[in-house]
Design a protein around this ligand. Sequence first.
Ligand code: AMP
Length: 282
Amino acid sequence: MQTAYTKDELRSYLAPVRGNRIVLVPTMGALHEGHATLLRQARQLAGEEGVVVASVFLNPVQFDNAGDLATYPKTPEQDLEICESCGVDVVFMPTPDIMYCADRSITLEETHLSTVLCGASRPGHFAGVCLVVNKLFNLVQPTDAIFGKKDYQQLAILRRMVRDLDMPITLHGAEIVREADGLALSSRNVRLTPEHRAAAPIIRKSLLAAAEVYAAGAAVEAICAQVRAELESVPGVRCDYVELVDAVTLHALSTPDSLALLAVAAWFGDVRLIDNIELSRS
Ligand code: AMP
């Protein structure tokens, strides 16, 4: 496995392998089993001939909260070990100075899917995601890229970016990887207090219960209110949003039969956790 710290090192590594399948997995580091699953899927997709590229870059441009950026866990040595063990060929690990010019002046904003859910409470977040992913796509020029459904809205927005800008890249959505007790793996989980870590599986439990009552025909507002009440019954927990939306448009369900998404963001103390579940009535 190679590590590229600069754009030139990355380009030099990739120049001789162009023409093969190149699968990119972008990450912000502090890798866990969720990331490892994406990396192993990338290895499988690339096959023996193909190339797997992982990027490990804590992108400051997508953070709307300086405290969140400052406390985001960083484990670069362990990240490299995980990449190696998952069969990654090259890890791109730039610093912000290498990634961005100080006087950069181009922004890239998706204007429909980004206005709801996390986009409503994290201004500029998805513009930062689109910018960094676009840059990574230009640098790596992958044939494929894998993103987790844990960040469902991110995946939906990036699918829209690829479609609307005619990017010749196939995006793949990976299922959410969870702890045995149901909590979605996240780099931020290590920041939970022991009490909140113990309580956090309630997110998954309330989403599963909601899926059942949705299938049985319960009203959208009642379902969201129930999930919110369950989560906020935990001391120190406050919901940012609980919304049941169309899984493609992320806005109100167009027909009762469309694939739906029940998405949650909740503060457990000062740690913001997100999770979601796809729902259908048929
Ligand atoms: P991050 O480092 O948080 O930006 O995540 C990098 C990629 O890993 C994104 O595509 C995430 O959606 C994905 N990811 C993070 N956690 C999980 C998880 N628990 N299950 C599946 N994918 C995940």
